[in-house]
Design a binder for this molecule. Structure first.
Ligand code: DSN
Length: 442
């Protein structure tokens, strides 16, 4: 079809597809734990001329001219991040969470060093993956990966078993050079304090991937790893944080030179300055509204966990109240596989992702069609869909997954529910219209 179309017709088709995407999201329940929406103010910054420019290097020391305003915006962003995270040193140049992690690996390790982190099934991020799985740490940086021991009942790292494991590794001369807490599934705070003290006796560097919980840390609702013994924190800026998609690194002054060099010229040249401008604006929103937002996100996730569990769902972490973050993990195996259920829910306009559960590899399930689904409430809370609506959302899940009702029918209920929630909350303008398609050309 594309072959027979003129460039202008193809362009219009692309705009049509983007418009359809906007329509879909404006009538859907977006529950992917790694996504969020940005305010009109952030959008305005993103479409500025910053996006056409280059600013390699550190603010004030760029290797390009024309950066005077960009430098000031980057300086403000760094100051706001220092305040939000009580951090001594901040680098906001990484263009994503993976890039931030890769910069940390580059700053603190060399190829062949051992890194300890969570396996993907237990919540680790793909950028922490082993070489044989194509993960960034193993395949790109050549790290030798060892996993934390994990307690499925607690849905957390097992401190004592991990210490025993490290003592065994010591005998083989394989002490981890870098420890990485955090990751993609993070229901409860990790034992950073307990294990940092132990790892410091080996001079290991302690890192934390806060991509998922950055906004909750900034809002004071989740552990701040820098206050619990971590040397460095990496993150993306668009999950529970209000920013556009990019990354950041927090640390202490003593590590600043190593991190700066690893970021540039290590893993970024230019750093996508339109999203830097967006992040600067998003940081002001976080300072003004982050506390209130983070509190509501955690409250909503906990309430949704209860509502789903009371309808018969196997929501993990029940003994500890299901979650202390924005995420929930549900074992859907008795009703079907995670990938199939993800598709079924999407037909009703409910958008979640399939997710490996800690024990899935033992029951022969892989990431392609695992036994779980992951839910994040951070985007719906920004739309004003808070803890008061948990039962309504849980009913949608029950109808589709347990009662096997026709998703097409539930789609109509989802659409009608969404009619009330059109604008973005926790920002300076009331008019911030979520999922608005901005038309600059006809
Ligand atoms: N894989 C993403 C997630 O946690 O959903 C993050 O990159």
């Amino acid at each position: 079809m594309i072959e027979r179309m003129s460039p202008l017709e193809i362009r219009d088709r692309i705009f049509e597809l983007i418009k359809s995407h906007h329509m879909f999201f404006s009538t859907a329940l977006p529950l992917i734990a790694s996504e969020n929406i940005v305010s009109e103010a952030v959008k305005q910054a993103i479409i500025s001329d910053f996006g056409h420019r280059y600013a390699e290097g550190w603010p004030g020391e760029r290797v390009y001219a024309g950066c005077r305003y960009i430098d000031e915006v980057e300086g403000i962003t760094i100051s706001l991040f220092k305040k939000l995270f009580s951090a001594e040193f901040v680098d906001v140049r990484p263009i994503s969470g993976v890039t931030a992690n890769l910069a940390v690996y580059t700053a603190f390790t060399t190829c062949g060093d051992v890194m300890m982190c969570l396996s993907i099934a237990k919540g680790g991020h793909i950028s922490m993956g082993k070489r044989e799985f194509g993960g960034t740490a193993g395949a790109v940086h050549g790290l030798d990966i060892e996993y934390f021991e994990f307690d499925v009942n607690e849905m957390n790292i097992d401190v004592d078993a991990t210490i025993r494991k490290v003592k065994k590794l010591e005998k083989d001369n394989r002490i981890p050079k870098l420890i990485y807490f955090g990751g993609s599934v993070l229901l409860f705070e990790h034992p950073v304090k307990e294990l940092s003290e132990f790892f410091k006796t080996y001079d290991s560097i302690v890192g934390y991937d806060a991509a998922h919980v950055a906004g909750l840390i900034a809002g004071g609702e989740f552990q701040n790893p820098l206050k619990e013994g971590a040397d460095v924190v990496s993150m993306s800026t668009h999950k529970t944080f209000f920013g556009p998609q990019r990354g950041a690194i927090l640390s202490f002054n003593k590590h600043s030179e190593a991190i700066k060099k690893a970021v540039f010229p290590g893993v970024v040249s230019n750093h996508h300055l339109h999203t830097l401008a967006g992040l600067a604006i998003a940081s002001t929103e976080m300072i003004a509204f982050g506390k209130e937002y983070a509190k509501e996100v955690v409250r909503t996730a906990k309430k949704l966990g209860e509502s789903l569990s009371s309808r018969g769902f196997n929501v993990l972490g029940e003994a500890k109240g299901f979650t202390d973050s924005h995420q929930l993990l549900i074992d859907v195996f008795e009703y079907g596989l995670g990938g199939d259920i993800e598709k079924l829910l999407e037909r009703a306009g409910i958008i979640v992702n399939r997710n490996l559960l800690p024990y899935d590899p033992q029951r022969g399930l892989s990431f392609k069609n695992p036994g779980g689904i992951r839910i994040g409430v951070q985007e719906i809370v920004r739309l004003g869909i808070n803890h008061k609506y948990a039962d309504i959302i849980a009913d949608f899940f029950e109808k589709i997954i347990i009662k096997k009702e026709d998703p097409k029918k539930v789609r109509e209920d989802v659409k009608s529910f969404r009619k009330e929630f059109k604008s973005i909350k926790y920002c300076f303008e009331d008019i911030s219209e979520a999922y608005k398609y901005i038309e600059l050309v006809k």
